[in-house]
Design a protein around this ligand. Structure first.
Ligand code: NAD
Length: 416
């Protein structure tokens, strides 16, 4: 069966919850429609002397609660609809954790694994220049996403700064520390995932020490989530995976050693002592906590029937198909939705932006403390709504977010 279109999925959630909240029809229309969309097609000089055309997008879903904020993704499957959905999710995510941003997202259709560093730099700089007409520290602040990193952000920051003639660190977050990045940003999303898993375990009365964890995706989010759950919570990470497949060891893996193996061999596959498994097998493993931290739509209704984990924490954006939510809810599996579970990234991005605007930098302990406060209080709030309204946590998170954005819009009024 073909995976659902992420934009249609994102719109469906808004319609359903907007109706639950009795919002006006025009308000639901506004909330499910991106405010501004920019498509760009541009040439890049390749290493072999040829010139190739690339297409990219920047979508700003909402600036009602503050400047737009959201990552930039490099992937062959990037599409305008995917970017629209991701931008919309950013609006809800910022509202869930109560930080003063609206949502945006960007992407370039490319295969970064087949490009040299020089090609990536030229593509990034040209894309940054193309979208510079709508980004800016008070307007729209990009960050890393799938297959982009702190180096990508450094190139964007430099390109933007060259355009205006002075350094503008606040135009992107997720930068290297040396040019205005924040301590703790690399692991922030995963640290947030860890805090909400701890909260979910607390309300379920589950002991996480020795709990069996499976993590799909061993990139920024998956790797740090596996490492933190292992090192700081004492969980047993029994399986991890990447785009080439997964590995499983019932006795538990050491994520640091798996990362060394991945760096040396390009994949987690064939890790000494572990069994190779597929990404599909990983999702359905007998475990206590499942962290999907790769791409969208990996948990369908049928897969949801076979999941054995007690807690599913969505490190990735949109890993669960809409029909699967009800299955997990009916089976008593706690699903911590993406817009709550992975909001630690945008929260520390917000800290980075605040530090850049003030040119005053915080210690790692301050970052961890403030992140924990925000993640725990967001979990308690959303879990409370879910209990009170007898709905799953995704619905509760959407109820809170849609209400926040709708209220902000009512206060600001419809211009003119
Ligand atoms: P990344 O590029 O660092 O890592 C992606 C990982 O997914 C890699 O290990 C890759 O091998 C793996 N992968 C790719 N295709 C796969 C497939 N078909 N099956 C299994 N694994 C596959 O990206 P990331 O930053 O870790 O982002 C992962 C997810 O988390 C995305 O959905 C992203 O939107 C979301 N997210 C990221 C952040 C952040 O701070 N980086 C914040 C919030 C949400």
């Amino acid at each position: 069966m073909e995976a659902p279109d992420p934009y249609a999925t994102a719109q469906k959630h808004v319609e359903r919850v907007g109706n639950l909240l009795d919002l006006n029809e025009w308000m639901i229309d506004l909330l499910k429609t991106p405010h501004r969309e920019l498509s760009v097609n541009f040439p890049v000089k390749m290493d072999d002397g040829t010139v190739r055309m690339f297409s990219g997008y920047r979508v700003q879903h909402s600036s009602v609660r503050g400047p737009c904020k959201g990552g930039i993704r490099y992937h062959p499957n990037v599409s305008l609809n995917e970017v629209r959905a991701l931008a919309m999710w950013m609006t809800w995510k910022c509202a869930v954790v109560g930080i003063p941003y609206g949502g945006a997202k960007g992407g370039v259709i490319c295969d970064p694994k087949k490009m040299s560093k020089g090609e990536l730099e030229r593509m990034t700089r040209r894309f940054a220049s193309e979208i510079s007409i709508i980004i800016g520290p008070l307007q729209d602040i990009p960050a890393p996403d799938v297959y982009t990193d702190s180096q990508t952000m450094a190139w964007i920051m430099d390109t933007y700064s060259m355009g205006v003639g002075y350094p503008v660190p606040g135009v992107v977050t997720g930068k290297p520390i040396e040019i205005g990045g924040s301590k703790g940003r690399d692991e922030a999303t995963s640290r947030g995932v860890m805090y909400v898993i701890q909260e979910a375990a607390r309300v379920k009365g589950m002991d996480l020490k020795g709990a069996r964890v499976a993590v799909q995706g061993f990139g920024n989010v998956g790797w740090h989530a596996a490492r933190l759950l292992h090192q700081e919570v004492g969980c047993q990470v029994i399986a991890v995976s990447d785009s080439q497949g997964g590995i499983f060891d019932v006795k538990g893996l050491d994520p640091v050693k798996v990362m060394e193996h991945k760096k040396a061999n390009g994949s987690v596959r064939n890790f000494p002592g572990a069994m190779n498994i597929s990404n599909e097998e990983l999702i359905e493993l007998d475990c206590d906590v499942l962290v999907p931290a790769a791409l969208e739509n990996v948990i369908s209704q049928e897969v949801a029937e076979r999941i054995k984990a007690k807690i599913v924490a969505e490190g990735a954006n949109g890993p669960t198909q809409p029909d699967a939510d009800a299955v997990l809810f009916d089976r008593g599996i706690t699903l911590i939705p993406d817009i709550l579970a992975n909001a630690g990234g945008v929260t520390v991005s917000y800290f980075e932006w605040v530090q850049d605007l003030q040119s005053f930098f915080w210690t790692i302990d301050e970052i961890k403390l403030r992140l924990k406060e925000i993640m725990v209080s967001a979990f308690v709030n959303i879990h409370g709504i879910a209990q009170e309204k007898k709905v799953d946590m995704r619905t509760a998170a959407y109820m809170h977010s849609l209400r926040s954005v709708a209220r902000a819009l009512e206060l600001r009024g419809v211009f003119p």
